[in-house]
Design a protein around this ligand. Structure first.
Ligand SMILES: [Zn+2]
Ligand SMILES: [Zn+2]
Length: 249
């Protein structure tokens, strides 16, 4: 029982880390947006305020399971996270990163599709789509029910798939950066990547923007595999690559 206060402290610490990570990453890309697309978020101050408040609440929902698992990893030998680089062959490092991204992507695709059923949409997912169009601050703008579906992913995966602590750090970095940039309203990756062979299979802002425009398509997170397999891929946002002056609305 004396572990309870330490577990609570670990949960609070994780919440604080996730909140600061959100503020720095979303704040950083919001600043970049000011420089690259001045005026893109004009008139969206009220919406940004709501995005920040929902996101900070999500940081708490993400922090609770993350804090519990981090405590168990440090104090009880839980999880398959390893620190000795040679505990597994080196080729396993990139494979483990890919496995985490693929697993998260699959979970996200199907839970996301489910949350677009009308009843669940109202309860869990309407908050995220209240951002029209989303900004860099919408990265974690979820209702707590939706946040919960995302918050359990990594804490469960670390019990199922071995991963080096640095590779896990990379997974979390990719998760954070893509979560922000997919919502920031402009494409940061070069055209040859987004409109080329690689872009046929990878999800960047141009793809997720179309989800926010049309709702019933482009449900994926990192890869277009599930969307293509299930016929829900409607390609990239049309007027998205154009300069702000040419954008509709
Ligand atoms: Zn979104
Ligand atoms: Zn959606």
């Amino acid at each position: 029982m004396q572990a309870v206060p330490i577990i609570l402290a670990s949960m609070l610490a994780m919440t604080a880390i996730i909140a600061v990570r959100y503020l720095l990453s979303s704040g950083g890309f919001a600043l970049a947006t000011r420089l690259v697309r001045p005026g893109l978020y004009q008139g969206q101050g009220g919406q940004i305020g709501r995005e920040v408040r929902w996101s900070l609440l999500s940081a708490l929902v993400f922090g609770l399971p993350a804090g519990l698992v981090a405590w168990g990893w440090q104090n009880r030998g839980w999880t398959l996270i390893y620190t000795d680089l040679h505990a597994w062959p080196l080729w396993y490092l990139p494979l483990s990163v890919l496995a985490y991204l693929a697993a998260h992507d699959s979970w996200f695709y199907w839970t996301h599709r489910l949350m677009h059923r009308p009843a669940l949409f109202r309860v869990a997912h309407a908050v995220h789509h209240a951002s029209r169009p989303p900004t860099a601050w919408a990265a974690m703008s979820f209702h707590p029910w939706e946040a919960l579906t995302g918050a359990v992913v990594i804490p469960v995966l670390v019990f199922l798939i071995p991963i080096h602590v640095a590779a896990l750090g990379l997974v979390l970095t990719i998760m954070t950066v893509m979560g922000v940039t997919n919502h920031m309203g402009w494409e940061m990756f070069p055209r040859w990547l987004v409109r080329g062979r690689l872009g046929d299979w990878l999800i960047t802002a141009s793809h997720h923007q179309r989800h926010h425009e049309q709702y019933q398509c482009n449900y994926g997170l990192y890869f277009r595999v599930w969307d293509r397999l299930c016929g829900t891929d409607r390609g990239l946002s049309g007027d998205f690559a154009a300069p702000p002056a040419a954008r509709k609305g």
